[in-house]
Design a protein around this ligand. Structure first.
Ligand code: BGC
Length: 363
């Protein structure tokens, strides 16, 4: 019954639109323009500073995928010194040049509201890529790997890794790290991990010796390795002079390597540390057991999905989505891909569709 009623309503709505000759752009979801756009149109891509390998890969992949799909590409990165103003002016310039879709991997997802408002007013569709744009209605879509799930996998892996590495212990000393506060993913990864770790902290199985368990205490400004290494150095000096450190929650591979650097300089290299991104420099560390795990988020798949969405929009449809994500003011239609957990045991299998990474498991 319900299905029939909905269908009837939908047919009536389409008929009404046809009669009035309006675009079906919905003020509510803002999910694209039924009139589509031509091949050869400009597609803008604004990426953040290159804080991890996935962003380096994304730039070239976007340029070729956009051209292969028959559009013109304008792919820009934020610089390291003034990344937010860089992105603001790059997005404004894409709007001025008439971009039909603007795909944004935000340096700071809360600081592009004015620029995406202008982009929408000029008729562009805005897609948040990997990182959500927050506190703005002017984002049409979000495409990402499921970030909360990434965090859950990291939290569970830290617990499993500790039990496997230290079978004689029943309590473990750990420290927690998170990413950059301007990146909406950073608290999401952390919350996902804490959904697994917090009950164990409360039970006493895990002990955060520094007592630093709040996101704002453990975040890593700009996702910079140096900042994580400095904080780890300080934590060791202040808390682990005569205490074992067993494990560290690290939100990604770059920071995991910085943490490993710090613990090894302090003569405490034997820890369980988590990661994310399957960076080339971390895969040998996983195979040798120095880094316990990483996450595989195939950048080729994510770029392809963003371009498939762009093609659907160009044909006058809405882009396929699987769910919605609340960005503070709007439920943003979202397409999530599944992140894959990688340890030494499944690395060769997990990377078998990616010869460069697979080769690193065999060295
Ligand atoms: C991405 C991670 C990456 C981090 C730092 C996040 O938004 O999802 O894959 O490690 O940024 O670049």
């Amino acid at each position: 019954m319900r299905k029939i009623a909905l269908t009837t309503t939908a047919v009536a709505a389409v008929a009404l639109l046809a009669l009035s000759g309006c675009s079906s752009r919905s003020a509510d979801t803002g999910s694209g323009d039924a009139s589509g756009f031509e091949k050869g149109s400009l597609i803008g891509v604004a990426l953040p500073d290159k804080t991890s390998e996935n962003w380096v890969l994304a730039g070239d992949l976007f340029t070729s995928a956009i051209e292969d799909a028959g559009f013109k590409a304008d792919v820009q990165y934020a610089g390291q010194s003034t990344p937010v103003p860089d992105q603001q002016s790059q997005i404004s310039s894409m709007t001025t040049k008439g971009a039909k879709v603007i795909i944004i991997g935000a340096k700071d997802g809360g600081q592009l509201g004015t620029q995406v408002k202008d982009a929408k007013a000029a008729g562009a569709t805005v897609i948040a890529y990997d990182r959500l744009l927050t506190d703005t209605k002017d984002v049409d879509y979000y495409v990402a790997f499921d970030n909360y799930k990434v965090g859950e996998l990291q939290g569970q892996a830290l617990l499993d890794g500790l039990k496997a590495k230290f079978p004689d212990k029943s309590t473990y000393n750990i420290e927690l790290f998170a990413g950059d506060p301007g990146d909406a993913n950073a608290p999401t990864f952390f919350d996902g991990a804490m959904s697994v770790l917090k009950p164990e902290i409360e039970k006493g199985t895990l002990k955060v010796v520094s007592g630093q368990t709040e996101f704002k205490q453990v975040s890593t400004k700009d996702w910079l390795a140096q900042n994580a290494q400095n904080r780890m150095d300080t934590l060791i000096q202040g808390n682990y002079a005569s205490t074992d450190l067993d494990g560290v929650l690290s939100p990604n591979d770059t920071l995991a390597r910085a943490i490993l650097q710090s613990v090894s300089s302090a003569g405490k290299p034997d820890i369980v540390v988590t990661g994310q991104d399957s960076e080339e420099a971390s895969i040998p560390l996983i195979m040798s057991g120095k880094q316990y795990m990483t996450i595989y988020k195939d950048t080729r798949e994510l770029v392809k999905k963003a371009i498939d969405m762009t093609t659907q929009l160009s044909e006058g449809g809405k882009a396929d989505t699987t769910t919605t994500t609340d960005n503070g003011v709007k439920k943003v239609p979202t397409y999530y891909l599944d992140p894959v957990i990688v340890t030494k045991d499944n690395a060769a299998e997990a990377y078998k569709n990616n010869p460069d990474l697979e080769a690193l498991t065999k060295q």
